[in-house]
Design a protein around this ligand. Structure first.
Ligand SMILES: [Zn+2]
Length: 674
């Protein structure tokens, strides 16, 4: 922790309110000096903090003293409630892993504990003996793949190879597929196909530097496979040319990621595919991703033009390039785990314990989450949060029905969404142990990760005809510190790990929890009704025209006001981008509005304001703050407090804030989400 860093908190407090003042042409700007290294720990700090009032800077009034005590470690560019909770969850998961790893119990095959135990020690030993024990076996393993790839002499064999690699080892070299809800009919699931290029095609298109870099990368991988230098360069260049050719078929909007929502959701039937594709059949395409189950009668692709292009390139002329894609892919995935002969990445100076913990947390997140939730989540928490969700839904019902700017049809549409919203709180029932999962742990770590890819892909595919709707926790595991709204399912997820004491304390006052986790639940529900969320109906179907046009227009007016309001805030001297942060800002206002309303009396509302401001505490370097200002769809936390609280009349009543105070916003400028 350096003094310089500490000084930055003061800069962040200075989210200057330059709106809402009346009476003068030049609005008063709250001038909080950006402190320098020399004056950080000077007595001025205390004076500065002592003279902060709710009317001057509510965020600072609540948090400044605490922020001045906070430290940033060498490896941190920010810290605050959120990052502390993430660290706590990681620590709790590490404790679980270490306890299981340290036990000599016999765990049931395929159980969470068996997988965690065995994977942990496999990684630990591999790091400890620097891959020496697995070197020979893994070299043979990789050479087996290379031989298979090199044995291919026709496009028919190539297509079979794609299937064999994907189905047998999870290695994907052409298209990949995942099971999603049909965007237009969520009662059905579909296989969504995505082309897997070795380099980003959009960057390649107009950037010769990127093309050269990619070619050089390809050369290094081919050299590892024993290809002589000149030949490797020639083959890598041809591969780049093949990708160039492919970009000619791609939809430019799709390539740049600017396509309209669900323009990238193109349903193709077997007939569509047989009329479009010349070199690969509908069935071969589906099998090429390693899908071995019952054939669906349709698939979905983002860009049909790209599929036609890829198909046109499956010919004997490009066979060498496609084989090289397979070779490069083989060495590109998990480079650190490969035997020394095939690896471009060094393997020294790595700590066995922390590496093992990191890998286990990442690969077995679902398994650890189940144990984590058993330990840190309980029925009492579920009860309180369920009640809070019910209260929030009731409050939203009141707000929507009371919104005079909405038409009756608009209201009915939103209320239907609200009625059908599903809440996933804490965790789900633990999955049933399948002894076959024990197969995941191979004789070497490299084989284990291949098994992992294969098994998890197959499990994903099994969902296609399972008839079970997606569970909210499929999108966010219980040990993840977060909450979300999933428009395509109309689900709200509140994980076990976000129900941390810093946001939710089962023994605390209900109002305190409303300002904490309640403001987040209210925020997430609000995403169901923002300009993106309303394009999905109560069942998660994409219906961009379902919301009446008049309502969209009326909402647009409200959005314009919010853009103007937030654009007047400055952080570190730069104005906030009200457009970029629009959706999140409105969700913040909505969340706090609900929490306040549910809280009831003024004393409870005061608790909501203060609990809300407190959990948004954050210390960040100015470089990070500048970076976030340009890219983050969320406003900085200081603004998420100081822009939101003065929008509510109760703020003035409770704290006696008056015209002329920096935080003051004139009644007519107090925007509302509803
Ligand atoms: Zn949000």
């Amino acid at each position: 922790m350096t003094k310089k860093i500490k000084s930055l908190c003061a800069a962040l407090l200075a989210c200057c309110m330059i709106c809402g003042c009346s009476g003068s042409e030049e609005p008063p700007v709250q001038n909080v000096p950006v402190r320098t290294e020399s004056d950080v720990d000077s007595p001025d700090d205390e004076n500065y903090i002592a003279q902060l009032t709710p009317g001057k800077d509510f965020y600072g009034y609540i948090n400044a003293a605490e922020i001045m005590k906070m430290d940033l470690r060498q490896d941190q560019s920010y810290t605050g409630t959120w990052s502390m909770m993430i660290e706590e969850s990681r620590e709790h998961q590490n404790e679980i892993i270490k306890e299981i790893a340290g036990s000599d119990k016999e765990y049931a095959p395929g159980s969470n504990e068996q997988l965690i135990h065995d994977l942990y020690w496999q990684i630990y030993h591999m790091v400890e003996n620097e891959k020496k024990d697995s070197e020979e076996e893994d070299t043979e393993f990789i050479e087996g793949f290379i031989k298979k790839i090199e044995a291919v002499t026709s496009t028919e064999e190539l297509i079979s190879l794609w299937h064999e690699l994907a189905s047998g080892s999870g290695l994907i070299s052409f298209y990949s597929a995942s099971v999603l809800n049909n965007a237009f009919d969520s009662s059905e699931k579909v296989l969504y196909f995505t082309f897997v290029p070795l380099t980003a095609l959009d960057e390649l298109k107009d950037n010769s530097v990127k093309a050269t870099q990619s070619r050089d990368d390809f050369v290094s991988y081919l050299r590892l496979c024993g290809v002589p230098a000149d030949e490797a360069k020639e083959r890598a260049t041809r591969l780049i040319y093949m990708y160039y050719e492919l970009t000619g078929y791609c939809d430019p909007l799709m390539l740049s990621g600017e396509a309209e929502l669900y323009d990238n959701f193109n349903i193709l039937t077997r007939e569509d595919c047989s009329s479009m594709l010349k070199n690969i059949t509908f069935e071969q395409l589906i099998r090429s991703v390693g899908y071995d189950g019952k054939l669906p009668d349709k698939i979905v692709v983002g860009d049909p033009g790209q599929l036609v292009g890829a198909d046109s390139l499956i010919n004997s002329e490009h066979l060498r390039e496609w084989k090289d894609v397979c070779l490069i892919n083989l060495l590109k995935n998990y480079p650190i785990l490969l035997p020394v002969k095939y690896s471009l990445v060094g393997f020294d100076g790595i700590d066995p314990e922390s590496t093992a913990l990191d890998y286990v947390r990442s690969f077995l997140n679902r398994e650890i989450s189940e144990i984590y939730a058993q330990k840190y989540f309980n029925e009492r928490k579920r009860e309180i949060i369920s009640k809070m969700c019910d209260d929030m839904v009731a409050e939203y019902r009141r707000l929507i029905n009371g919104a005079d700017w909405l038409t009756d049809n608009g209201k009915a549409y939103l209320i239907q969404k609200l009625d059908n919203m599903k809440f996933f709180i804490g965790t789900d029932e633990p999955h049933e142990v399948d002894p076959a999962d024990a197969e995941m742990i191979g004789s070497t770590l490299l084989k284990t990760v291949y098994n992992y890819d294969r098994i998890s892909r197959q499990k994903g595919y099994n969902e296609l005809f399972s008839g079970k709707p997606f569970n909210g926790f499929d999108g966010m595991t219980p040990s993840t510190v977060n909450a979300c709204y999933i428009p395509a399912q109309n689900d709200v997820v509140i994980t076990a790990a976000i129900l941390n004491k810093r946001l939710f304390d089962e023994d605390a006052d209900y109002a305190w929890n409303l300002g904490g986790i309640g403001s987040i639940i209210g925020h997430e529900i609000s995403h169901a009704f923002d300009s993106y969320g309303v394009k999905f109906d109560a069942y998660g179907n994409y219906r961009p025209d379902a919301m009446p046009k008049e309502d969209i227009q009326a909402f647009k007016k409200l959005q314009d006001k919010a853009i103007a309001y937030y654009s007047k805030f400055k952080v570190l001297g730069s104005p906030l981008d009200g457009k970029l942060t629009l959706g999140e800002n409105l969700a913040d206002i909505s969340g706090v509005q609900c929490a306040l309303s549910i809280a009831g009396d003024l004393e409870s509302k005061k608790t909501v304001f203060e609990s809300y401001a407190r959990w948004r505490i954050m210390l960040m370097t100015d470089i990070k703050a500048k970076e976030y200002l340009a890219t983050d769809v969320h406003s900085p936390d200081s603004v998420r407090v100081n822009a939101v609280v003065p929008l509510f009349d109760e703020f003035y009543e409770i704290y006696g804030v008056k015209e002329g105070d920096s935080m003051y916003v004139a009644p007519e400028d107090r925007i509302r989400r509803w």
